[in-house]
Design a protein around this ligand. Structure first.
Ligand SMILES: Cc1cc2nc3c(=O)[nH]c(=O)nc-3n(C[C@H](O)[C@H](O)[C@H](O)COP(=O)(O)O)c2cc1C
Length: 187
């Protein structure tokens, strides 16, 4: 018999079924200004609609831990309280539906500062709200990309993990509930 609709327990976390939503970047946040990186109506609806359908676990799209860690200027972020408030609205609704909220914390490194995929995904400069990417070496991702500013190991820990070691790091998921272990992206 299928276990699809059976609960699944991972350590202290019980997920009501095995229908889970993978993180899916929407590239639909404000690119600059006070609402940069803040989840809005689009992000709410994207997650809320699936929660209303009974999805057991929803992993919110790759969300940058710092402004320069965004894949594109239109990515979600979780480096300030305005963004945290936007996530609270999502997590509150998901939990009201019995869905477990999760999030993919991300830093795009040398692949940061690119255009939305439907615009071609090429690197963007400051004139398009882009920035110089950061990386573990001064080697660009490919010949189209900017040479990244090289970070030391210590700087990587500081910037990507706010000075704490992964995986027990970052902000608690806004909206209460248990802190979830972040899914560390390999993108
Ligand atoms: C629109 C879209 C956005 C995606 N964004 C992310 C993302 O933010 N983070 C990530 O790790 N994978 C992302 N992916 C990959 C998916 O999470 C998933 O791993 C991929 O679709 C393969 O899943 P499947 O084998 O069930 O089709 C994205 C995929 C799609 C279609």
């Amino acid at each position: 018999m299928s276990a699809l609709f059976e609960p699944c327990t991972l350590r202290s976390l019980t997920i009501p079924n095995r229908v889970w939503m993978a993180p899916m970047c929407q590239y639909s946040a404000e690119a600059f200004g006070p609402d940069a990186g803040v989840p809005g109506d689009w992000h709410f609806t994207h997650c809320a609609a699936r929660a209303a359908g009974g999805t057991g676990l929803i992993l919110v799209e790759a969300t940058a831990v710092s402004p320069e860690g965004r894949i594109s200027p239109a990515d979600l972020g979780i480096w300030n309280d305005t963004q945290a408030q936007g996530f609270r609205r999502i997590t509150a609704f998901l939990e009201s539906q019995g869905t477990v909220p999760g999030i993919q914390l991300a830093h795009a490194g040398r692949k940061a500062s690119t255009d939305r995929p439907w615009n071609g995904g090429a690197p963007v400069g400051p004139e398009d709200h882009g920035w110089r990417p950061l990386g573990p070496s001064p080697i660009p991702f490919d010949e189209r990309y900017a040479v990244p500013d090289e970070l030391t190991g210590e700087q990587i820990t500081e910037r990507a993990f706010r000075g704490r070691r992964p995986p027990r790091t970052g902000r608690r998921l806004p909206g209460g509930g248990d802190p979830r272990r972040p899914r560390l992206s390999d993108r």
